[in-house]
Design a protein around this ligand. Structure first.
Ligand SMILES: [Zn+2]
Ligand SMILES: [Zn+2]
Length: 449
């Protein structure tokens, strides 16, 4: 098919109204074959058929740039079957019985895990010794256990940081619904040996219940430092053992705080160069951005707010709950491509990959879900359109191909050193560790024979 302007490259169908550039918002409808699509106006979308005009890629690019596009349908998910195998080891501990698990964290120095239960007890699970050891109990004064728990362990395994993002609770039995508990988002840093609380984590209460507490440990030589929220729109780096703040700024902060960005979960690149977050701004819009950690530490304490290194990647209306991860020291993989959403602006199952140095979109693909999201050579995710059925899917991030689906597996967490997923069944008081192998590729790395 020739382009309507006489060019002979690959062509895409568009409706008359798109062709004439009469619209500000249109629909990009995927045909379900490869990533082919058509562009049409919302009126033509309702018709059984419409008059097709064809544009080559370069004419299409011009038309595309002049309107906003809502996505319909789904690009075809490419399948390339690879042979993966999974091995389970099951452990049983009576302490787990009927106690909801509310957070886990992998110990970066060995094969162990931290497991935080709804009764406020933090356990150390050592699979090699087949032991579950009670490390410390965290009181209600420190965190509300009915909130969303953020648990981090330092790289030297000596400290944990734990916070809870808890909602407002009203008494719904009474007509004027009095407030029973105010929302909160705070916690503390604890020494894992002594159980002592070392440092308070607090970022005040200005709508801070709407997102995870920003928290990330970094190791600078012998020193374990913590990046943490210190106000609703502010993060700092502190030494939790001495309370020294390494990013202290002049106190005239409020006057300078023209930025109105709430921060959320933080993830740092393995080379400690970049830190990324998914936060939000009014009205509200979810945003993902990153800034250079070394510039922040060594040159400009205002780097997260006004830094030259700061790059913004995604923006979603009314949404900031998506997971994200670093694929390398440069590539950031964010769930929910912001141009690919339903009519309610909810992102559809997909990921977008950005280069943090250029800020440019490197690629995107449809399929991965947000419930499970771990990267280790492959992206491990959930199953699209499964209707709630559990399954672990494995994706090649270089081309978006779905490589494998393992049924009945929806792990809580992943230990990158041991390549084990953890699942916990408190009805049965069981922990299941699941190791994976790729029988086709060196990435899986382990020979079973
Ligand atoms: Zn039309
Ligand atoms: Zn053309």
């Amino acid at each position: 098919m020739k382009c309507i302007n006489g060019h002979t490259a690959k062509t895409t169908p568009v409706c008359q109204h798109v062709l004439n550039r009469e619209i500000e918002t249109g629909v990009k409808r995927f045909t379900g074959v490869s990533d082919n699509f058509e562009l049409l106006c919302e009126h033509c979308l309702t018709l059984e058929t419409y008059k097709h005009h064809y544009l080559c890629d370069s004419c299409l690019e011009e038309v595309e740039g002049e309107a906003d596009w809502m996505f319909h349908g789904m690009p075809e998910i490419p399948f390339r079957n690879e042979s993966f195998t999974f091995e389970d080891t099951v452990y049983e501990f009576k302490e787990l019985k009927d106690n909801a698990v509310i957070a886990t964290a992998a110990d970066p120095n060995n094969s162990a895990w931290l497991i935080f239960l709804a009764n406020g007890k933090l356990f150390y699970f050592d699979p090699i010794k087949n032991r579950l050891v009670h490390k410390l109990s965290i009181s209600d004064d420190c965190i509300r256990r009915d909130g969303c728990i953020n648990l981090k362990i330092s790289h030297d395994s000596s400290m944990i940081a734990i916070t809870s993002c808890a909602p407002y609770i009203y008494d719904t039995h009474v007509s004027d619904m009095p407030l029973l508990k105010a929302a909160s988002n705070h916690g503390g840093v604890f020494d894992l040996c002594s159980g002592e609380m070392l440092f308070k984590l607090d970022m005040d209460s200005y709508h801070t219940e709407n997102n995870d507490f920003p928290l990330a440990f970094i190791q600078q030589g012998e020193r374990a430092l913590l990046i943490h929220g210190t106000d609703w729109n502010r993060v700092d780096i502190s030494d939790p053992r001495t309370s020294e703040c390494l990013t202290a700024r002049d106190i005239d902060y409020k006057a300078r705080a023209v930025d109105t960005e709430w921060l959320g979960r933080l993830i740092v690149t393995p080379d400690l160069q970049w830190v990324a977050t998914v936060g939000w701004v009014w009205h509200p819009i979810g945003i993902c951005y990153a800034w250079n950690l070394q510039v922040w530490l060594n040159e400009n304490p205002w780097e997260p707010e006004y830094g030259k290194s700061k790059k913004k990647f995604s923006a979603w209306e009314y949404f900031w709950e998506g997971p994200f991860c670093w694929l390398s020291n440069e590539l950031l993989c964010i769930w929910g491509y912001d141009k690919y959403h339903d009519a309610n602006d909810t992102p559809l199952d997909s990921v977008a990959i950005y280069n943090v140095k250029t800020g440019e979109l490197a690629s995107w693909f449809a399929g991965p879900t947000k419930e499970v999201f771990f990267f280790d050579g492959y992206l491990f995710s959930g199953k699209p359109d499964s209707g709630g059925a559990k399954a672990l899917t494995i994706w090649d991030v270089s081309d978006g191909a779905l490589l494998y689906t393992e049924p009945d597996l929806a792990p809580l967490d992943y230990h990158a050193d041991t390549r084990e997923f953890i699942s916990i069944d408190t009805d049965k008081a069981q922990i299941k560790l699941t190791t994976w192998f790729n029988l086709d590729s060196a990435v899986g790395g382990v020979c079973l024979s």
